[in-house]
Design a protein around this ligand. Structure first.
Ligand SMILES: N[C@@H](CCC[C@H](N)C(=O)O)C(=O)O
Length: 276
């Protein structure tokens, strides 16, 4: 099975063109995803992206987190799949693709990809969530997948794993759970963000929809205005553009660099008997 390994600002993915049935022999796709995403004994990735045919857009995708869960959307994965589709001749520089969250428009310019995301949900501000013996105040919104955003003073020293995991499994967000973003505002158009991702169950080096959620939460507080540059854990910068119309966020774009790491052929040993 041929595949690409790509990185969207540090969020890394395995991409397979499944339009011709490359995965037809795989009976349990979530188990396959868990196996190939396992680092050190297989390819290793934060998720797997399957490109399939669509009657409504240039293609449709299925997006799986590393734990095998299939979710509605992924911003960095969406940027990777757009460049993949362009490089593979599946779509031109401007394209649209179908996701569970809705149709996403994308534009590829060299290694920079810009997505127009679906409309975000209304933001719910200042909810106090109990975490062991403390309360953490968060904003929440859905930018394709669910996110909470907490503003913190010392982002480098912050225990993203501990608080992120507690929020992800908090009863307040059950049963779906949530991704959790920790944010410091660094200027009127800039933020630093660290994200604990549901389905990876760890901090990742970048999260596109999380960066967007963070920018919108900061804008709702009047701390930033569009465009917003978000520095993610990898050190790369994601650019977020949006309009704020009567208090609601519209025309939300996510832009940044996408790297093709390698292309190759998966051997069966990549997903068989490697611990799953
Ligand atoms: N990394 C992604 C988000 C992927 C999905 C997320 N882990 C979830 O389960 O909601 C992004 O770049 O947006």
């Amino acid at each position: 099975m041929n595949f690409f390994k790509m990185s969207g600002s540090g969020n890394d993915f395995i991409l397979v063109d499944n339009r011709g049935g490359a995965l037809a022999e795989i009976k349990d796709i979530p188990a396959f995803v868990q196996a190939v995403c396992r680092r050190k004994v297989s390819v290793g990735a934060d998720g797997v992206i399957l490109v399939e045919s669509s009657e409504r857009a240039d293609f449709r995708w299925r997006f799986f987190n590393a734990d095998g869960s299939e979710v509605e959307m992924c911003g960095n994965g969406g940027r990777c799949v757009a460049r993949f589709a362009f490089l593979q001749g599946i779509a031109g520089e401007r394209m649209s693709f179908e996701t569970v969250a809705g149709i996403i428009d994308a534009e590829v310019r060299g290694d920079v990809v810009k997505l127009r995301l679906t409309e975000p949900s209304a933001l719910q501000a200042d909810r106090a969530i109990p975490i062991q013996d403390e309360m953490l105040t968060v904003d929440s919104l859905n930018t394709g997948v669910p996110h909470v955003v907490a503003f913190v003073k010392d982002l480098d020293a912050f225990d993203v794993f501990r608080y992120g995991r507690a929020l992800r499994y908090s009863e307040a967000y059950a049963p779906a759970g949530t991704n959790a973003n920790f944010v410091t505002v660094t200027g009127p158009h800039s933020l630093s963000v660290r994200t604990y991702e549901r389905g990876v169950e760890d901090e990742t080096l970048a999260c596109g929809t999380g960066s967007v959620a963070s920018a919108l939460a900061a804008a709702a507080r009047g701390e930033v205005t569009s465009p917003v540059e978000v520095t993610v854990r990898s050190g790369e910068i994601l650019k977020i553009h949006f309009d704020k119309i009567d208090g609601a966020f519209r025309n939300v774009y996510l832009e940044g660099r996408v790297r093709v790491v390698y292309e190759g052929r998966l051997w069966e040993e990549a997903w068989q008997d490697n611990g799953y």
